[in-house]
Design a binder for this molecule. Structure first.
Ligand SMILES: [Fe+2]
Ligand SMILES: [Fe+2]
Length: 159
């Protein structure tokens, strides 16, 4: 849950960053709306973490700052690429959530419901980005994103 929480912080920061530099008001609005929903997700994860008696990652301010900068860079390249970045981010988040849903203990229905709802929302974010004209990112960028997500997951597991 701590990993999911940080993931949502990163997603929100990316979209904040992308929203700040987006070229059209329409894309900016989309980024802001998505960021608000990521805010709901991170609130759910945080509440669940509290209930489970655990803490959020101590490095969250760093994750936020780093992701915000990445979001700004992605946003500056242009709206179509920026939307492509959203679509790919959500695809990777969904993949992670699916794996996590399988790993969750059967009796933890509460976490299960939270993650399932998040997965639905992320799929909508992905589809909306694609419908708004997202461009498919080069494989190298996708791999880079997956690699940084892996670094985040491994680090946040411990701190
Ligand atoms: Fe989310
Ligand atoms: Fe999302």
């Amino acid at each position: 849950m701590r990993i999911n929480h940080t993931g949502e912080i990163c997603a929100q920061a990316l979209y904040h960053g992308q929203g700040v530099v987006s070229k059209t008001g329409e894309v900016q609005l989309k980024m802001q709306q998505a960021a608000i929903e990521e805010g709901d997700h991170l609130a759910w994860c945080r509440k669940r973490l509290d209930e489970l008696g655990s803490h959020t990652s101590y490095l969250n301010p760093l994750w936020y700052a780093g992701s915000f900068c990445i979001g700004m860079v992605a946003g500056m390249v242009g709206d179509a690429w920026s939307l492509g970045f959203v679509a790919e981010t959500e695809r990777q988040v969904i993949r992670h959530l699916e794996t996590h849903l399988h790993l969750l203990p059967e009796k933890d229905q509460r976490s299960h419901r939270i993650l399932a709802q998040m997965e639905k929302d992320e799929a909508r974010h992905r589809d909306e980005a694609i419908a708004s004209g997202a461009r498919e990112l080069p494989a190298m960028i996708k791999q880079g994103m997956a690699l940084s997500a892996k670094v985040m997951v491994k680090t946040v597991y411990w701190i």
